[in-house]
Design a protein around this ligand. Sequence first.
Ligand code: NAD
Ligand code: MN
Length: 358
Amino acid sequence: MKTYRIAAIPGDGIGGEVISAGVEVLQALAQREGRFGVTVDTFDWGGEYYKAHGRMMPENGRDLIRHHNAILFGSAGHPEIPDHVTLWGLRLAICQPFDQYANVRPTRVLPGITSPLRNVAGGELDWVIVRENSEGEYAGVGGRVHQGLPIEAATDVSMFTRAGVERIMRFAFRLAQSRPRKLLTVVTKSNAQRHAMVMWDEIATAVAAEFPDVAWDKMLVDAMTVRMVMKPQTLDTIVATNLHADILSDLAAALAGSLGIAPTANINPEGAFPSMFEPIHGSAFDITGKGIANPIGTFWSSVMLLDHLGEAAAARRLMAAIERVTGDTRFHTPDLGGRARTADVTAAVIDAIQGAND
Ligand code: NAD
Ligand code: MN
């Protein structure tokens, strides 16, 4: 029997709570399927590790997880450590060297969940946002001079490469092509940013020619926020830069009902490195330790992990279990207006996994 090795990195805040729920669910699922096993190695990297060792993960950290089949990640962010230190020291320290250049974020209004959008019922909204995850505004190029002096100056330079834009466009067009509507929206800002964003548009047009069966359009990022709210049904697959998609996907998560539900996958499409799956939310200090974190974002991320491993049947079973549980308001955590606890939701999903006989 095939056994997958998963590296679990809970990180900080509610990361530990949702990842241990996710591991429980993955193990219950493997048992129910009976066709594969799951071995989970958990790594205690993050803010507490930083306080003890002066770094977010050990120097050879990536070597320790490089040969795992996938990574399940919680959150990087600690109340006593600046966010840029935790983000660059852990999450980006994995994403960038592992060349996880495609960040994929599905958005749907799940059964039982109320969208703040007035005219959207469950099942009506079905988007996938593809975020360029390796360069652009978050390339890390820039610097500070004259620190602390009145003449202090700082730059963050966006870096777009032809190779980087081509590969994310191709990934997005291919994903759009695989979905029923075959519809892609390319988000841009080429009116104000007249160098890199113009190249971005040109490359989109060139790659589009390889996908004649995909309908596509172009949208300025500011107008895109309006379209997401006013005409959400006109969207399907969306591709955007690192910064633009970061913002748009938080908006998408809110429109789908809660940040606690939304999943994401950091994919290295070539499979040269493991891909990483994580809920899109952060450490949520305000609810840490209370046992009320919504674990659905982590469960849905686990669906993406299983799909990536080629375990489509197991992925479908888990997604069906999630939808059965969200459809029952008794299992809604406080972020969804309910009173359920993380453990209740986890137990309900495991019950649904064990009971479902499809
Ligand atoms: P956050 O996502 O942690 O929290 C925003 C709000 O949403 C909070 O009110 C929180 O309680 C709520 N929330 C988030 N996830 C929830 C869940 N699963 N269940 C119920 N409620 C949930 O964002 P923030 O407050 O801006 O950031 C807190 C810390 O997390 C910061 O240090 C930030 O840098 C970090 N962060 C990390 C990541 C990541 O590692 N991918 C992403 C976002 C934020
Ligand atoms: Mn974000």
